[in-house]
Ligand binder design. Structure first.
Ligand code: NAI
Ligand code: MG
Length: 352
């Protein structure tokens, strides 16, 4: 048996409902494939902030630094400003553990109603690679003359050659490993005249090392339109922290629901634990009702097993998701069904 120690942070809202389903399916995969997983559950999140004044203990991140991976639900609640909850927990994890790649698959499954006319399963199947540690999400900036007529605010983006090159290298490697060998870069070098031309320059420099990879580059505005009109054109899409964030909600939305979209926050070198979480947030509008779609969380679990070296178990989970979706049984409301979170989780467990 291979034993893995997993830190579990269910977090807020529907995170608390979908994480148990993720664990249910991970345990089933563990039984089938002989993978031993131990789950170290943490109560970190907005409730802890209200009770104890911090989203996580002062030494919290150090207590999980030696774990093999982090399995997270969602963070954020209406009682706490979103920038406080995000910067209080999620961003510190991504930065402390140098999880500089945020990897998000976009796939159209059979059985999930697609909002785009005429698209069938197989048409949409690509990866979004988002820079996850710098870019537009920076603490540099400030506010002067707050609350007066002269009020002014600045916010600086940070793009380093080191940071841009390492995420581009990952994206090029991924593209090179795929049949289509096609990389699309998200830019905005017409309007943003320092960081984005630099981003384009680094794409060009990296492209020289990957002559087998075909490169496209679009400004983010038309790229979002292409995601809707021609989602079949994409294979691997790479973007800065902000552009990647936007694209990775839009991508899953064009395949039917963001409730099924998973993500991996990767430290590719494996020096630190990587983190696996659904793309969606805590969904306060449906939290507590037991109707959230658990597939984003369950698929994130599959990505975690893949990262830990259990390719076969990961593929088996994705296969079980596929078959349950195609059967049309046990679908949650966001996919046109009436099943509960637990019913869908159990259906995938028994399919596995
Ligand atoms: P959201 O993703 O929580 O919800 C957007 C919409 O999608 C809502 O109508 C929701 O009901 C629906 N939805 C989301 N996940 C679903 C699922 N699994 N099944 C069915 N429907 C689902 O985004 P929103 O409303 O912008 O943010 C809510 C809170 O979550 C905020 O505090 C935000 O900061 C936080 N958030 C946290 C993220 C994270 O932990 N990585 C990511 C995005 C938002
Ligand atoms: Mg997002």
């Amino acid at each position: 048996m291979v034993a893995h120690k997993i830190a579990v942070i269910a977090g807020d809202g529907i995170g608390k409902e979908v994480v148990p389903e993720g664990i249910r399916v991970l345990e089933a995969a563990g039984r089938r494939f002989g993978i031993e997983l131990s789950f170290d559950e943490k109560d970190w999140g907005c409730e802890r902030l209200a009770a104890k004044g911090r989203m996580l203990p002062e030494d919290g991140l150090e207590t999980i630094a030696g774990h093999d991976a982090i399995f997270l639900g969602a963070v954020g609640w209406p009682s706490v400003p979103d920038h406080v909850s995000l910067w209080g927990l999620l961003i510190p994890i991504r930065r402390r553990f140098d999880q500089y790649v945020n990897l998000r698959p976009v796939r159209l499954f059979e059985g999930v109603p697609c909002p785009l006319a005429g698209r069938k399963p197989g048409d949409i199947d690509f990866w979004i690679v988002r820079e996850n540690c710098e870019g537009e999400y920076s603490e540099i900036g400030g506010r002067l003359y707050a609350g007066t007529e002269q009020e002014m605010v600045t916010q600086e983006s940070v793009f380093t050659r080191f940071g841009v090159d390492r995420v581009l290298r990952y994206a090029f490697e991924l593209a090179a490993s795929r049949d289509a060998k096609h990389l699309t870069s998200a830019t905005k070098s017409n309007g943003i005249i320092h960081t984005m031309p630099f981003w384009d320059e680094r794409v060009k420099a990296m492209a020289e090392r990957y002559p087998g990879v075909k490169i496209d580059q679009y400004h983010i505005d038309i790229l979002t339109a292409h995601f809707v009109r021609f989602p079949d054109r994409f294979d691997v899409v790479v973007g800065s922290n902000l552009f990647g964030d936007i694209l990775s909600d839009l991508g899953p939305a064009v395949t039917g629901t963001i409730g099924i979209a998973p993500s991996a926050n990767l430290n590719p070198e494996g020096t630190h634990p990587s983190m696996f979480e659904p793309v969606h947030g805590s969904a306060p509008d449906i939290a507590g009702q037991g109707i959230a779609n658990p597939i984003g969380q369950i698929w994130s679990g599959a990505m975690m097993l893949d990262h830990l070296g259990h390719k076969e178990a990961a593929a088996a989970i994705v296969g079980a998701i596929e078959r349950v979706l195609a059967s049309g049984r046990s679908l949650t409301r966001d996919m046109g069904g009436s099943a509960s979170t637990v019913e869908l989780g159990k259906a995938i467990e028994s399919e596995l």
